[in-house]
Design a protein around this ligand. Sequence first.
Ligand code: CP
Length: 307
Amino acid sequence: MKWSHKHLLDIEPLTREDIFLIFELAQRFEEVNLRPIKKVPTLKGKTVILYFSEPSTRTKTSFDIAAKRLSADVFSLATKGSSEEKGESLKDTVLTLEAMNPDLIVIRHRQSGAARFVSTKIKCNVINAGDGWHAHPTQALLDGYTLSKEWNNEFQGKTLLILGDIAHSRVARSDIELFNKLGTRVRLCAPKTLLPRHVESWPVEVYSDLERACDGVDAIQCLRLQLERQEAGLLPSLREYSREFGLCKRHLILANRGVKIMHPGPMNRGIEISSEIADSRESLILDQVNAGVAVRMALLHLFLTVN
Ligand code: CP
């Protein structure tokens, strides 16, 4: 097994071989997750710190479960209750954590570039669990793994639509990088105010009409609309956004047969996605959560035993 990476800060340095290795290992760890005793000794004696300075349900819990199922010792720190609340800097916080000799730190931070900054200050491995608008590489890997099971690892010739607030989405940026590497065509659909500047130079097709965007797609990744975007003047109203860009049953008729619906969560039901779609048999939303544990087990295994 070949794994030459010290950190996972974004998708960019991963090769196709790295990505398929992660998928292959995740498949093996999924078997562990189905056992009555869901624990293997792989990371016995290793210490993992989860440092989340932004809220998280899926990413934090699944890293915690993944590390514990591999027998690592796991410690969690959130901004609330940490010395960051008293004004400690990010640099001092991570130097303090490193002084306790962890093997790996998983970090989520509101500032783009925070994970890279941390990786330059400490010696242990760093995994980015989402930094600002920049990247959410483990989300992209679990999205890819979820579709790999539906598409039998055939990513070429498929089209993925990413719908919603692309401008402020680290998930969109990481998904675009990952699916481009795998040969999947990527489309974006959003109001012009929620598209990033210079999107025309990105390797994607851009739509502003949801019906046209859904025509012939194989999967749709629906993004959370951050409700404060309306206060920032980027949307006329949530009702209008929902009418123009909310995914509902009529859009699926335009997509390819067998279209799959995804959402990284947390969802605003009735705004960017109807409940009917979120709970439909086309929905992979809970499969994504399930895949998150296996993919994070695969990553912890690679960083802490192969590296
Ligand atoms: N997808 C995702 O990052 O969800 P959480 O914010 O709950 O971790």
